[in-house]
Design a protein around this ligand. Structure first.
Ligand code: A3P
Length: 335
């Protein structure tokens, strides 16, 4: 069913740090089960890079029982997952702001493969999701090839969020540095991103497969840039996708709740607990002692912030990388 190959090149060795160790390339020779839609080129091989901690979860997730009222938010990391989760959960829970405030987003909308995505996190994230009360809200960064087989037959609602590659990579660099414990250079990180030597890589294949699925009835494909450009329109789209109906006034309240400033100040969804866990667990002693922790999970919250971090040379290389995706998809990233 799957082939495994330890990735041992120099780039990956330099990426490895406390939160992300021992990378494997997982290949699924048949790509997808027969029950998957034909337009994701059934039969073609797919692969994804994951870390060793994910391997015990692979079959458990493939055999995971999917329920028809499950609601998934799936993204490549750093494409607006948290933002979308908060929107989807509220829309699917009659805008219950009070409950959303009391229970953290991580509890309300757990991360399926968390145990296999961050080396030192521990626990049983798949079991935790399994035992959620219905309707379950499930976060995942898995590429389509690693989703549970029942996703293709039970067809739960899935919202996929994409983002332009340069901002996604820049945000991922800051995440690696501040959550995963990476102390290497920015340039090396961008190189690794472009050569698909990171967890969940390749970015290109991740987006391309979900793009192919965009017309499935149970699938909604949106982008971070659309949310920044016209959040209200996206809220309305997601609401109707979930079969919900809200007044203009209610939507306006939600729109304000989802602003960068409001979410940053909201301890229920600003992921500050994760930032603090990472600081205590993954930071080198030197950084623990010398650096005041200014990082906020909800960081720039903007489109184009890559300009503060990426040299013109990398901008050019990322543009070329994007061209390969868009030529393949016939779609312009980010719009
Ligand atoms: P930046 O690092 O570019 O600021 P994820 O949730 O998938 O990890 O994505 C994190 C990215 O989404 C971060 O991007 C974060 O700032 C941004 N984000 C989170 N909440 C947001 C909001 N309410 N409005 C805009 N961007 C938001």
């Amino acid at each position: 069913m799957f082939r495994f190959e330890k990735v041992t090149n120099e780039q990956i060795t330099r990426i490895e740090c406390p939160g992300t160790e021992k990378h494997y390339k997982i290949t699924r020779p048949a790509g997808f089960p027969n029950s998957a839609p034909a337009n994701i080129r059934n039969g073609c091989e797919r692969h994804s890079v994951m870390i060793e901690a994910f391997l015990p979860l692979l079959e458990e997730i493939r055999n995971f029982e999917v329920l028809e009222d499950d609601v998934w938010v799936i993204t490549f990391p750093k494409c607006g997952t948290t933002w979308t989760q908060e929107m989807v959960w509220l829309l699917n829970n009659n805008l219950n702001f009070e409950r959303a405030k009391k229970i953290s987003l991580e509890e309300r909308f757990p991360f399926l493969e968390l145990t296999g995505a961050l080396t030192l996190i521990g626990g049983d994230s798949v079991g935790h999701v399994r035992s959620q009360p219905r309707p379950r809200h499930i976060k995942s960064h898995l590429p389509a090839m690693l989703l549970p087989d029942q996703v293709w037959t039970v067809k739960p609602k899935i919202v996929y969020v994409s983002r332009n590659t340069k901002d996604a990579a820049t945000s991922f660099y800051h995440h690696y540095r501040n959550i995963v414990g990476y102390d290497g250079s920015k340039e090396h990180f961008f190189d690794a991103f472009l050569s698909d030597n990171l967890i969940y890589a390749p970015f290109s294949g991740h987006v391309a497969d979900y793009w192919q699925l965009r017309d499935e009835e149970n699938m909604l494909f949106i982008t971070y840039e659309q949310m920044k450009h016209d959040l209200r329109k996206v809220i309305e789209k997601v609401s109707s996708f979930l079969g919900k109906s809200y007044s203009e006034q209610e939507i306006e309240v939600l729109e304000n709740h989802l602003s960068v400033e409001s979410m940053r100040a909201n301890d229920s969804c600003n992921m500050q607990t994760l930032v603090e866990w990472a600081r205590n667990t993954n930071y080198s002693e030197e950084r623990k002692n010398n650096e005041s922790n200014k990082f906020r999970f909800i960081r720039s919250g903007d489109v184009g912030s890559y300009r503060n971090d990426m040299s013109p040379d990398f901008v050019h290389r990322f543009n070329e990388y994007e061209k390969c995706i868009t030529n393949d998809c016939g779609w312009k990233l980010g719009l």
